[in-house]
Design a protein around this ligand. Structure first.
Ligand code: FAD
Length: 431
């Protein structure tokens, strides 16, 4: 397979060139990480008159924010209403789930208000289900969720499926109407442009190491120099351990970095895209190993993503495996070339919940569990309100303990076994 080891999104979107500057001696807020969390937090803080320096160990867009599937939605908690009720009681469970709908509402307003051009459309999401038992369970869960304000779903019987997808794989399905899609790198580009115009200093390819509390503020040390910051925001998500060099142990011991991988096909005829995706929605299935797919925003390619087979970033192997999964859904793509294959890091948490707060004086918003496009933009607003001490900064996640496990120090050695076990169960289920 001859494909480029490059995110498809980077092939058609350039980031604004970032002015080269010195690291200032003193700043109001230093931000570690230039994905959506860091960029959107910077935007709010700059608007409120704070001076901001944003550091990223890579080029902006090389983290998950510039590489993802571009799917937005309420990202309802994995445990569902029943599981969350068992863990926290009914009212708290509802609050946690409702937060997802608050986030997508805020996200839509944000994109509109900021006039961000990122091919954003509320398309809805079709989730194909391969057997009746799974369909009954998904429908039961969705009916329970009708208690949430703004939650809308629609059941699709086998006979209706062809109106949603050109595939015979699914027995039935469900459409979620509060979901949509966008071009992730265009969102990075737009946020970057905005914060530069507001006077942010951005240092790419700059690794933050020690962050030391001093009487004058936090001394933030990087491989290119250090500064004193009044406040520091940790927005490093799935890359926290990778770049930590044993710094920030509080965070990396609580985050499970996983690889998410994607491929993009060669350009396909418009009739093929229209047949495979008649409604141009976002798509997923009921596999234990997460799969997600869609047409590219220009309706020329199929984009397909899944959990990487292990925790390494191996685009060549991933590309081959992902193509096989894709062809199970759309056998007619067997002879189609894959043009791009790439992967990035997401961060899971032990309670499947994102976390936002302040630890040892450092602010953080982190752990989006693979669904971070909507959540990061929302959490960035709540976090910046908290830093500024203005506005309602409550989230339903605030009082959830951010747990670690005694056997875990930031490297998910157990994941390859879990991934193999899940793909075995998927095969048994015929998925
Ligand atoms: C292939 C893929 C597909 C995905 N699909 C979807 C999807 O369709 N929908 C969805 O909602 N979510 C999706 N996600 C998840 C989503 O992209 C992330 O949750 C979200 O982008 C997280 O944003 P962030 O700003 O918190 O982190 P990131 O965008 O990952 O940014 C973190 C940054 O921190 C930097 N950093 C870390 N440590 C340091 C340090 N010590 N010094 C300096 N810099 C540092 C890193 O270089 C990195 O750029 C996907 C992720 C991947 C990888």
């Amino acid at each position: 397979m001859q494909f480029k080891n490059l995110p498809y999104w980077h092939s058609n979107t350039e980031l604004l060139s970032i002015p080269l500057t010195y690291i200032p001696k003193k700043i109001d807020v230093a931000i570690v990480g230039g994905g959506y969390t860091g960029l959107a937090t910077a935007l709010h803080l700059l608007r409120a008159g704070k001076s901001v320096v944003l550091f990223d160990a890579m080029k902006l867009g090389d983290g998950a924010s510039g590489k993802n599937g571009g799917m937005v939605g309420p990202s309802l908690h994995k445990l569902g209403l029943e599981g969350l009720t068992r863990a926290y009681g009914k009212q708290k469970a509802i609050n946690i789930l409702q937060e997802g709908l608050n986030a997508i509402k805020y996200f839509q307003d944000f994109i509109k208000l900021e006039k961000i051009e990122c091919d954003f459309k509320m398309t809805g999401r079709f989730r194909g289900i391969t057997n009746q038992v799974a369909l009954d369970s998904v429908l039961r869960d969705s009916e329970r969720l009708s208690i949430l304000k703004g939650f809308k779903f629609e059941e699709l019987k086998n006979s209706d499926i062809q109106s949603e997808i050109g595939s015979n794989l699914y027995h039935g399905g469900i459409v979620y109407h509060q979901d949509g899609g966008l071009h992730p790198q265009k969102l990075v580009a737009s946020l970057t442009e905005k914060i530069i115009s507001l006077g942010a200093t951005i240092h790419q390819n700059t690794l933050v190491g020690d962050i030391i509390k001093t009487p004058a503020g936090f001394q933030v040390q990087t491989n290119k120099g250090s500064l004193i910051a009044g406040d520091v925001v940790i927005a490093s998500n799935g890359y926290t351990k990778k770049f930590s060099n044993k710094k920030l142990p509080y965070f990396y011991k609580r985050l499970i970095p996983l690889t998410s991988a994607m491929i993009a096909t060669e350009k396909l005829p418009r009739e093929t895209i229209d047949r495979l995706f008649p409604k141009k929605r976002m798509h997923g299935g009921n596999h234990r190993l997460v799969q997600y797919y869609r047409a590219s925003p220009d309706n020329k390619r199929v984009l397909f993503g899944a959990r990487g087979p292990d925790t390494r970033d191996r685009s060549l192997q991933n590309g081959k495996i992902l193509k096989k999964h894709l062809c199970k859904i759309f056998p007619e793509l067997k002879n189609v070339n894959i043009d791009y294959s790439w992967c990035g890091k997401v961060a899971y948490t032990f309670d499947h919940t994102p976390h936002l707060g302040k630890q040892d004086g450092l602010y953080y918003a982190i752990g989006y569990c693979g669904s971070g496009v909507t959540r990061s933009i929302y959490m960035a607003r709540q976090l910046s309100r908290r830093i500024l001490g203005k506005g309602n900064h409550y989230t339903a996640f605030d009082d959830l303990p951010f747990r670690k496990k005694f056997f875990y120090s930031g490297t998910p050695w157990f994941m390859p076994t879990i991934i193999k076990w899940h793909s075995f169960l998927d095969r048994i289920d015929g998925n």
